[in-house]
Write a protein that binds this ligand. Structure first.
Ligand code: COA
Length: 182
């Protein structure tokens, strides 16, 4: 299966291409984006976006991760990224991850993109269990997960060390109906 392209009312979610790298470096390089993610370095090094984009096809072939660029349907502008990470076919489970460029926050972009990715995961990858995690100090991310049908399942206390401080993480999840293990 090739990496998909998904269409929503306002967005196109498509595989990243090498030409996206400079924009990724600018958007993900904003300290406000790095601040609430676990893996985005800050400052964002030259070459890191190129290496990240180049890794996507292989990790989808291995069915570990699916990462798509979030773009505007009307003029194609790159807004951010959504991912299924830790895809576990045997457990019909995947984790969602995402970031959106600061100037595009608060317009429902992330929710629209994550909802479409979860739909694809359900219909084409037979995922029936979703999880997502965010820092306890990141209510916008928690709200995205709620709006996508997940509920708070617990708090992982001091789970991640971020910039010299241990952070509590909120665990969100959803179990779809009619789930059956093979
Ligand atoms: C989290 C993030 C992806 C949200 O993107 P977005 O496109 O602005 O999200 P949406 O507009 O779809 O939804 C955001 C929701 O959070 C709410 N929100 C925003 N800030 C909030 C706050 N401080 N307290 C409570 N709710 C807040 C918004 O009102 C909105 O909810 P509503 O539609 O019910 O009003 C974006 O802020 C981001 O990229 N942050 C940095 C990276 C990050 O944190 N990634 C997630 C790691 S787990």
């Amino acid at each position: 299966m090739l990496m998909p392209t998904l269409h929503t009312e306002r967005l196109v979610l498509r595989p990243f291409v090498a030409a996206d790298a400079p924009t990724v470096q600018v958007l993900a390089g904003n300290r406000l984006v790095a601040d609430t993610t676990t893996n985005i370095p800050h400052p964002y090094p030259d070459g890191a976006a190129e290496r990240w984009i180049a890794s996507h096809a292989g990790s989808f072939v291995d069915r570990e991760t699916l990462t798509l660029a979030v773009t505007r349907r009307d003029e194609g502008r790159l807004l951010g990224a959504v991912s299924l990470i830790d895809i576990q076919p045997r457990h019909q489970r995947a984790e969602v991850g995402y970031w959106i460029g600061v100037e595009f926050w608060g317009q429902g972009v992330c929710t629209e993109a994550v909802a479409a990715l979860m739909d694809f995961a359900r219909t084409d990858l037979e995922i029936t269990r979703f999880v997502g995690r965010c820092y306890a100090r990141n209510p916008a991310s928690a709200r995205v997960m709620e709006k996508c049908g997940m509920t708070h399942e617990g708090t992982l206390r001091q789970h991640v060390a971020k910039w010299g401080k241990f952070e509590d993480m909120l665990l969100y999840g959803q179990v779809l109906p009619q789930r059956s293990a093979q």
